[in-house]
Design a protein around this ligand. Sequence first.
Ligand SMILES: Cc1cc2nc3c(=O)[nH]c(=O)nc-3n(C[C@H](O)[C@H](O)[C@H](O)COP(=O)(O)OP(=O)(O)OC[C@H]3O[C@@H](n4cnc5c(N)ncnc54)[C@H](O)[C@@H]3O)c2cc1C
Length: 488
Amino acid sequence: MTSVSASGPAPDEVSFLIIGAGFAGLGAAIKLRLAGHDDLVILERADDVGGTWRDNTYPGCRCDVQSNLYSYSFDPKPDWSETYPSQPELWAYLQRVVRKNDLGRHLRFGHEVTEARWDDRSRRWLVSTNRREFAARYLIAGVGALVEPSLPDIPGIGTFAGSIMHSARWDHDWQSAGRRVAVVGTGASAIQIVPSIQPRVEHLTVFQRTAPFVVPHTNHPVKPAVKTMYRLVPATQRISRTLVYCVREILAIGFTRNPKILKRAEVAWRRHMEKAVTDPIMRAQLTPTYDLGCKRVLPSNDFYPAIAKPNVSLVTEKIIEIRPDAVVTADGNAHPVDTVILATGFHVTDNPMLGKIRGKDGQTLADAFGTTYLGTVVPGFPNYFQLTGANTGLGHSSMLLMIESQLSYIVDGIAKAQAGGGKFEVRPEVAAAYNAELQRRLTRTVWSSGCSSWYLDSEGRNLTLWPGFTFEFRRRTREFRTSDFVLS
Ligand SMILES: Cc1cc2nc3c(=O)[nH]c(=O)nc-3n(C[C@H](O)[C@H](O)[C@H](O)COP(=O)(O)OP(=O)(O)OC[C@H]3O[C@@H](n4cnc5c(N)ncnc54)[C@H](O)[C@@H]3O)c2cc1C
């Protein structure tokens, strides 16, 4: 038996160790079980499944992709209540998936992975959690990309005397009625929070660094007859999914090949914004100064109407300080507030988890992230799979398309690795050629057109997004090509 630490009890030995119980980790467990692998454990630091859809419980939280596409293709839900799923419904969907697939016996809640390293001698991943040690032949990280809240480093933030919370750590004891609230940020979460709390708060001050493009939303309730049709004739829901899929793939042309196509969407955006906002100063503040698509395009019908309400102020000056009872901006104004909501996003390219996974030479995944092949395997990290890894993010469609492609690659890879001796490692030159191609293509995309966004790392490299159609990613991950790997 392998020993993780020099002393202490022997680790729990398992064939497959999955970190994370979100869409990715749970999907991996389901697919491994279907392939006949039952000796698997899912480590989850929280006390429930759900990942994103467990953590983001802020008012108004909703997926930007249609329910029929933002769900596992192998586990459709015929009775989605709305065409775009809300957070509670998505969380309940994942809990049901767990029960249906009997994943409960594989789940270990309250296990935060603090370190994982490859031990070449035992050909095992040695993984420490806050509770115990594990040794595994294969490690599958489904730790999420948008999971570690990013808190702004504003002078004085620690002195704030009122309520302060990040959008992904919502305090449900907090009541919005009669409050003077600051919302910091105007990204995907903020544009959902603002209209949800605006009618009840006394005053809302929205601090905007960069104006987003907010476009019309088409969410609506699913009619009972449609639900019945999906239940009785499942093929109709598959057709609906395919239609949504095709329309969204067309968007990829604009994002990755010909950003000029997106110019037309700017016309729709302007109409949408100017219909709700009549004040010319506010219109100017809400007008982005970059190309549509460079930052995430956000759908909402009620953000602009909410921001134009008399109890809302839009502030575009930089925040320079937080005092016990106010947010101070660069123009010297102190904005009195009793609540600060930080809708400031996540540590994406600097996710601290990347520093806790070490390959065969002790290098961390943070060092090697840019060398990931197909967003899934990494040179120097034998028997390791990363879900939603480098360059698997999408600006136009459902992340589940990427996750499911990765899952079939993993299942194929495990079968081939086992046939080839049990150990695999991607060839560095294969990964290098792949990443050079990706970075070359990314320079032609709208994401490289000059805005600053969370898609780019501190050096301006885009290690976040996939620069093409999702069917291209599906094709490239269809087969785990043994010639790309050293098997032993
Ligand atoms: C507010 C919000 C809205 C979004 N909207 C969309 C959308 O409209 N469309 C879309 O395609 N995508 C959207 N996303 C992206 C979304 O994260 C992915 O679609 C998908 O849910 C990712 O699943 P995952 O399993 O990879 O990660 P997650 O759902 O983040 O799950 C990761 C899990 O790993 C666990 N974990 C992390 N570190 C450790 C550790 N050290 N030890 C143990 N467990 C750990 C976490 O607790 C978590 O449960 C959104 C994300 C956010 C935050």
